[in-house]
Design a protein around this ligand. Sequence first.
Ligand code: MN
Length: 308
Amino acid sequence: MAHAVLQIDENTQQKVQHYYAADKVTRNAPGVIFAAKAAGTAITLYRSGKLLFQGANAESEAKKWGTVAIAPKKILTSKGDKLPTNFAQLAVLGSDETGTGDYFGPITVAAVYASPKEIAILQELGVKDSKMLTDNFMLEIAPAIRATCVHHVLILRNEKYNATQAKGFSQGKMKGLMHNQALKKVLEKLAPQKPEAILIDQFAERKTYYNYLAGRKDIVSDNVYFATKAEQLHISVAAASILARAAFLREMDALSKNAGVVIPKGANAKVDTVAAQILRHKGEAFLKSITKWHFANTDKAKAIAYKK
Ligand code: MN
């Protein structure tokens, strides 16, 4: 299906809503302020000003409202193992991680078990793909997820991360070890009960993942499936993603208090600026203790901080 996306200003948003008023449809998706079906095309306007066209005439409809600047968005499809039928309804142990691309703060990994009983409660709570949820909403529902499901959350703080990285561990290997550990912990808590399947939100091919774990004992391998975008395949992974994110956000909050400045997420130029500021005021050892030191941001922050 063809896709086209525009970013439009408030004035154009008004015009769009007026133009398609007769074709208006109701769509209760997060962030949607207006939706219509016209000319074989689904038109969705988001609060952010994003205007999405999907369908046969997506491009020609979009052109009425502006230049299609953003590359057409591919439909997100999951890649990975073929899953058992009716997978979403099975009792599944899912795992996911966050913080891997952020210069500041830890990597967090969570594993969550959800049988049909918990699946219903998680749905009720509004658990879904974390990319569709705000940080605040995730922090809000995380306690209810923890109270509902057998789970385990691991936090790899920067000092240990940097020491492990210096020993030659890749980030992939650290993630692999953390996923395995989190899954193992939940299996222990569940025993003698067993999940019908385990689903890992895929960050590495199966072979690579098990290479990371080579030589370890207690490698979780029964009924393990790998898939990308696994949050959409079983709600246990969506819940795990939220718990990992909530743990990451709490840690970032604590780091901000500690550093005396609001610490930004990601690894962009803003991150370099704040890192440089911390470097000047608190020194290198302190900055190292709250960052993934091997990231390119370190050199950029030094260049900014020590610029004559
Ligand atoms: Mn993931």
